[in-house]
Design a protein around this ligand. Structure first.
Ligand code: HAM
Length: 420
């Protein structure tokens, strides 16, 4: 046998046993986002490298270390590491600023980052996200956070930590950066290499360094005093306070984390992350924020915007155990003709169902039913004779016999209950 070619490091096959949960996540996204007036947009998986260098920012890890970039016909092409830049490009290219604001878009699909793979971190991963254009008021920030929470809740996830922060506007942030550099400078030689590199280019990013010795330095009271002292200007502070009030009114619990700066350059004012207590070190399921200058920086009309993206692999691992991916019904019968008719009727009515095609013994069929389905629908000779059907609940092992004509009503009730 020759060498076996394996899947690339940091990538994964999504197997048939898993794909139903992926459909579930995608279906819920369609439902939750379209109820809130968002339309889906699908942009290409590769874009001009320059889009990300200018969009995401050339001081970020994503652009500096993690892009899959290649040349084709003397053009530099990059597999998208995220989708905000691509959606903004499409927004500009299709003149969407002429549509009435807000323009609300959502997306899902694969992203590519050359990162060191570990649990919850892949090189090809999937995101689902929204981008909203045209609203500068904090109502938009609150709506983005509320929709993220609603989507997570719709997947059955509620043990979540929501962290928010305000990065201020370019003006107040410059002053903050200067003050921060001033107090950190005496410790520069003791910082890790990444922090030393970021010191000049992007000092805000120092704050979310994960290296212990750096964290200790940033905990020095003198440095903490600068971090904790609200640096944002009056307008930015008002925006942030109003956002907090809206979130309070919505009953959304959050905490303010002044160290939350996010790893992409386009943000201003609001940034947020949602973490799950049930994931390991890579516990952010959602990241987002406001990016009021990006449309203009990429050549469009000045348009405020806010959005978020969620890592679908991380969502998957959280809902994996919770979700029931079983069929609703498995027909158990030795009368194959009646079975085939019933199966067609069930499927035509949107009820997932299967049966044994090889005409095995009754007990073997019951074993299969218990593995695959929630209910065994039993059509024995007596049932067929009396126009009845026996329904065995395979969770509780209770069984009852009903009139054959009442079956669909019964199964539809179960389906409804499952969806609520
Ligand atoms: P991000 O924080 O880079 O933001 O990514 C958002 C989410 O994608 C993360 O919270 C995480 O769940 C998931 N994610 C990121 N990298 C990986 C990876 N290597 N493996 C698995 N999951 C990953 C953005 O991408 C922004 N575009 C979000 C945004 C939209 N901001 C405004 N609009």
């Amino acid at each position: 046998m020759g060498n076996i070619i394996k899947v690339q490091k940091g990538t994964k096959d999504i197997l048939p046993s898993e794909v139903e949960l992926w459909h579930f996540m995608e279906q819920k996204a369609l439902e939750v986002f379209s109820y809130a007036g968002y339309s889906e947009i699908r942009t290409p998986i590769f874009e001009a490298t320059e889009l990300f260098a200018r969009g995401v920012g050339d001081t970020t890890d994503i652009v500096n270390k993690e892009m899959y970039t290649f040349e084709k016909s003397e053009r530099s092409i990059t597999l998208r590491p995220e989708n905000t830049a691509g959606v903004v490009r499409a927004f500009i290219e299709h003149g969407m600023h002429r549509l009435s604001a807000p323009v609300k878009l959502w997306y899902k699909g694969p992203m590519f980052r050359y990162e060191r793979p570990q649990a919850g971190r892949q090189r090809q991963f999937h995101q689902v996200g929204i981008e909203m254009f045209g609203i500068e008021q904090p109502t938009a920030d609150a709506e983005a956070i509320a929709i993220a929470v609603r989507y997570l809740n719709s997947l059955g996830l509620d043990d979540l930590d929501i962290e928010i922060n305000s990065l201020g506007c370019p003006k107040c942030r410059e002053e903050f950066k200067d003050k921060l550099k001033e107090v950190i400078k005496p410790h520069l030689n003791n910082l890790c290499e990444d922090c030393q590199n970021r010191f000049e280019k992007n000092p805000l990013r120092l704050l979310d360094c994960k290296v212990e010795s750096c964290k200790e330095i940033y905990a020095i009271p003198e440095i903490q005093a600068v971090i904790q002292n609200d640096f944002i200007c009056e307008e930015c502070a008002e925006h942030f306070e109003t956002l907090k009030m809206y979130l309070d009114n919505l009953g959304i619990n959050y905490s303010v984390n002044k160290l939350l700066v996010r790893g992409l350059d386009y943000y201003n004012r609001t940034v947020f992350e949602i973490k799950s207590n049930n994931l390991g070190s890579q516990n952010a399921v959602c990241g987002g924020g406001r990016y009021d200058s990006l449309v203009k920086n990429l050549g469009g009309t000045d348009t405020p915007a806010v959005g978020f993206a969620m890592g679908m692999e991380r969502l998957f691992s959280l809902i994996e155990d919770k979700q029931n991916t079983k069929l609703t019904a498995y027909v158990v019968s030795t009368n194959i003709e009646e079975t085939i008719k019933l199966i067609a009727e069930l499927r035509n009515n949107g009820i997932s169902a299967d049966f044994d095609m090889t005409n095995k013994k009754f007990t073997k069929q019951m074993e299969k039913a218990a593995k695959l389905a929630e209910y065994a629908l039993i059509l024995g000779d007596d049932e067929i004779l009396n126009n009845q059907i026996s329904i065995k609940d395979l969770n509780t092992s209770t069984q009852k016999t009903i009139n054959r004509n009442d079956l669909l009503v019964f199964l539809n009730q179960i389906k409804q209950a499952k969806h609520n």
